[in-house]
Design a protein around this ligand. Structure first.
Ligand SMILES: [Zn+2]
Length: 129
């Protein structure tokens, strides 16, 4: 259920960008936190079902899971938490706060090139809000 809602939201965003550029989207990249309850396969399936018959049909979805972030209490730096070695990557301190999980973000959409003989596709980076 959760993935269906996400897929609907993504689909809307992708179609809005596609309309702006007047090009067919061929791929999109999203990122989310490692602990976000997103099932990659379910999300892909849901998006595929929603996109059928629209400009976003057959769109490839790349999903990147970002590692959790910690804020070190000792050196006050922010670092990626390595789950096999949980400590500050700068000073080695184990005294840190766990920062909130990364939100789900649509990072990039790739559009089909306007020229048919050209294989290059245009990439667009979506600005983070
Ligand atoms: Zn530190």
């Amino acid at each position: 259920m959760h993935e269906t809602v996400l897929a609907q939201r993504l689909h809307k965003l992708i179609l809005a960008e596609s309309a702006k550029y007047g090009a067919k989207p061929v791929a999109a990249k999203i990122s989310c936190g490692l602990f976000a309850a997103v099932n990659d396969e379910l999300l892909r399936e849901a998006l595929c079902a929603i996109s059928r018959g629209t400009a976003a049909e057959n769109l490839k979805l790349k999903i990147e899971h970002k590692p959790p972030q910690g804020l070190c209490e000792k050196c006050k730096k922010q670092f990626n938490i390595d789950l096999s070695n949980i400590k500050c990557s700068f000073c080695g301190s184990a005294d840190f706060q766990l920062l909130p999980d990364a939100p789900l973000i649509l990072e990039e959409i790739e559009f089909e090139s306007e020229k048919k003989n050209e294989n290059k596709s245009r990439k667009k980076h979506i600005k983070r809000k």
